[in-house]
Design a protein around this ligand. Structure first.
Ligand SMILES: [Zn+2]
Length: 320
């Protein structure tokens, strides 16, 4: 009896010691969200030392003989921890990874997976492959290294995607069927939205965020993102939605909050433009309409930037 008790304590200790833990945020595990799909929802914040650069939603699709991983995470070190958690779900080999876009917090962890599976197929849109090899990887390395100090082992060389997946392309991996959708310009100009056909599930990349707001860089479009999300809402054939950051769920609960936020940003940017004002001058009025988002990580800072971005897009379209 006593021996059994000690044995159990040892099991508990060993399990908790090997858990993926971030001091401020607790333990991270993959949770089953939908039959053979598992997601590890990362902390819903911006990259910093405390989250070590882990903030995205790595996902597993378990096939008959192997696993397909979507966006394994933001560094080599994070990738190694994610790999340990993947192995707690299934010991099957990883056959392929699909990356949703060029931002390093989603794909730098390819490196750890490739180290273990040198023949790993890494899929991404051709524009992503072109841009990450053309300087975007280095740019993101510098950003995340500065903010998280946890990029050791990630570069030299980066684990770039090695298979291109174009708009509308279908692939079947281990009986799991995927369709790629590239919206040209939305969150970035490299986005892939991935439909897992078997379970009618859509991996949204960062075209939807829930609970935090990220950046719209020069390659992105607030209006492109709005158009994309409005299109997605019309499609009633899918059951489940997994955003790049934030909790997964059904269509409306996942897509509508971010779409409402973006449309409000666009509305007030348009109002400023029409009234010959600067975007920041209408920001207080926009804030009044966005109280539901005040608690989202990065709200105040991101809102100002997003309004300026929308304003620039309006002014550019007006010039054309
Ligand atoms: Zn992103």
């Amino acid at each position: 009896m006593k021996k059994t008790y000690i044995f159990l304590i040892m099991i508990v200790l060993t399990t908790s010691l090997s858990a993926f833990t971030l001091k401020k945020y607790g333990e991270f595990h993959f949770e089953k969200v939908h039959e053979n799909i598992y997601v590890m929802h990362g902390p819903i914040v911006s990259p910093d030392m405390e989250n070590e650069g882990f903030m995205n939603n790595p996902a597993i699709i378990e096939g008959k003989t192997g696993l397909i991983i979507i966006d394994p995470g933001g560094s080599y070190n994070i990738g190694k921890k994610v790999l340990v958690e993947i192995e707690k779900i299934s010991k099957k080999p990883i056959l392929a990874t699909i990356n949703t876009h060029k931002h390093g917090d989603h794909w730098f962890a390819n490196k750890a997976l490739l180290e273990k599976y040198p023949k790993l197929k890494i899929y991404a849109h051709p524009q992503m492959i072109k841009e990450v090899k053309g300087g975007e990887a280095d740019k993101w390395y510098d950003i995340l290294d500065r903010l998280t100090k946890n990029l050791k082992g990630t570069n030299n060389a980066f684990a770039y995607p090695n298979h291109a997946l174009k708009e509308g392309e279908n692939i079947v991996i281990d009986g799991e069927k995927f369709i790629a959708h590239h919206p040209k310009i939305a969150h970035t100009d490299t986005d892939l939205l991935i439909t897992h056909v078997n379970l009618k599930t859509l991996f949204l990349g960062d075209n939807v965020m829930k609970g935090r707001l990220g950046a719209f860089d020069a390659s992105s479009s607030v209006f492109g993102n709005i158009t994309l999300l409005e299109e997605l809402l019309k499609n009633k054939n899918l059951d489940f939605y997994i955003p790049g950051h934030g909790i997964s769920g059904k269509q409306v609960e996942t897509i509508t909050p971010y779409l409402t936020y973006l449309k409000t940003v666009a509305k007030w940017a348009q109002k400023a433009y029409d009234d010959d004002l600067e975007a920041y001058e209408v920001k207080p009025q926009a804030i009044k309409e966005l109280t539901a988002f005040e608690h989202w990580d990065g709200f105040e800072y991101a809102l100002g930037r997003h309004m300026m971005k929308a304003y620039d897009e309006i002014s550019l379209a007006d010039e054309e």
